[in-house]
Design a protein around this ligand. Sequence first.
Ligand code: SAH
Length: 239
Amino acid sequence: MNEYFYVPAEHIIDQHIVIDGEEAKHLARVLRKQPGDLIWVVDGNGTAYEAVIRLATLEMVECEILYEHVHHHEPDVDVTLAVAQLKNPSRMDWVIEKGTELGVRTFIPLQTTRTIAKSPKEERWNHIALAAMKQSGRCILPKILPPMSLDIVVANAQQYDMKLIPYERTDHVLFISEALKYRKPPRSVLIVIGPEGGFTNEEILTAEKAEFIQVSLGRRRLRTETAAIIAASWVVGNE
Ligand code: SAH
């Protein structure tokens, strides 16, 4: 498996990539890369590059691009995962890391009736998302939006081809795989996941009016973070 290095798009000009800071140190000091070595670089914006090193110092590594791969390792479907904020912040870290590995493009910390509001940890989450993007060989850095109420998320949901609300209460709801099977593959999917106390009946009704599909993830009651990752994994499928 290749190791991927992150370089912001503005450091990639014409056929040249300039790597500095920690990534340069890692390349030159730890990996002892030399001129002539090939590396993979991702820009977080949708492109991966195969490049050859032309100059390597501890401060700066300069490369020349050989090949460009648009949407390298990205799923076709654009997944947004809105997850009720969790009491224990390390569980949200886990959602961001695993969701990024799976191919989620946008995360929304969600506030619901039964959610305990938490201050967002933007810097920490962005750092986790960046590391997970490189680790998994993706080339899009997921966006982490500021916390939003369920009402706002539902009110802005028309932009998605499909909207799913995993709900554990009803026996007659569709299993998530059935909901995905009966339609042509959606280009964008919004998934909203409730807090440990669950969604209220009113919240479910509001989502239903906005054409969210209630889906089951099985008969067992899953924790919020487990439900989030299982749902995202079904939506991304085997791409
Ligand atoms: N209300 C529940 C627990 C909620 S679990 C209770 O206290 O009894 C947290 C969230 O995960 C739910 O709001 C739902 O979105 C999702 N979830 C958990 N298990 C699920 C399942 N088996 N099917 C669908 N969604 C599930």
